[in-house]
Design a protein around this ligand. Sequence first.
Ligand code: DCP
Ligand code: MG
Length: 433
Amino acid sequence: MGRPSRLPGTAKIDQIVCHVDADCFYAACERLREPALRGEPLVVGMGYEPGTDSGAVATASYEARAYGVESAQAISEALEQLPRKIDAASRDDLDVAAAGFYRPVDMEFYESVAADVKAVLHEWADTVREVSVDEAYLDVTEQTSWDEVEEFASSLKAEIQERVGIVVSVGVAPTMSAAKVASDHDKPDGLVVVPPESVSDFLAPLDVEAVHGVGPVTADALREQGIETAGDLAAADPAVLERSFGQRGRRMYRFARGEDSRSVEPRGQPKSFSRESAFTEPTADREKQRQRVRTLASAVAQRAARRGVLYQTIGIKAVTPPFDVTTRERTLPGPAGDEALVERLALSLFEEFEGQQIRKLGVRVANLSFGSETQSQLQVWANEGQKTTSDKSDSRNDTHRQNECDERECEHNHEHEHEYERDVGQRTLSEFE
Ligand code: DCP
Ligand code: MG
């Protein structure tokens, strides 16, 4: 075999990268087990049952997106744009034809579908980096050539559709960041190949928000500096970008220019699980903040529990305007697996920030133990949760401030779920630290 050897951390010359991202993934999964939902406006979300008002849209089918429903939107807002069929059927003022179906999130099922997709991906490429439940990068340099990669990618799409039953969009480019932009460029059912000589021309006219690592808040900040397109970003002064956005500024500058030296590396075991969530607007409302900390803490603890992972360190992250990040963490004397403990500790670490203006919150568990831990160990730490956080075993980190990084993936095996720059959702994205 013998892949060309290369310096660690540098991209292979002539690397061919495929980025695969499923279309409206949770909705596609729901349609697998409920085929009647095909072709219908469909919203998958959480917490929208009667009596709750804090739910948010996880994803919407493209038919529902046509009504203005989108990921991270409040369910109440989604319902205004697209009432439920069932409500529309019983009311004269609503039109059944302009209504949709709503389904709750069922992560376990979506993860099983994701595993089927990933099994196909691993058959098609030796090197696969899974970055979230519905996306992965493939290094297909050895499997195909620039002349044949379009056919290769199209057959891959067809095989996933045939074997798993869902549609994915694929982007092909010589770098990971350009491949990511390419897969998003023609969704749904997209297939965009950007050969090495076309990367700059492909990127230049795109909205700056299309650049890998630029979220909506960053895009607004860039627009205020007159940077509207990827081409504008590529032509900006990197020193100025660094002053506004820290290291991340340099990184988005490089990505906008099509420069990205990363090679596709398979992911090892995660070093941490984290989840973060931004408020629509920065808020100083304590109850809103505490509620968000609790939601994030339980989501992270449940994710670890689903993977059978114990954790010894529990941390929080608070982002204050404009983009200042402060983290705090505590380490327990032994591994734990206890949702209530994560909630309690996260809230106590958050206390010092309560009432300050907060843009985004995050909760993280780290120092992970996989598999071999026994239930009894888990119970011991869970039961002793309160005690473990006191006295000298409590190692509270110093404040550490940095510019916020919202890269849309983990670079150091920190498995991260990010909730975009609005509200609830579940997916794997940027780095915590
Ligand atoms: N997700 C979420 N909350 C968000 C964004 C996404 O819970 N704010 C979940 C639901 C999505 C899944 O993650 O189905 C994958 O995220 P994507 O961004 O890839 O979105 P989709 O796959 O739904 O749509 P697209 O066709 O745009 O990829
Ligand atoms: Mg997707």
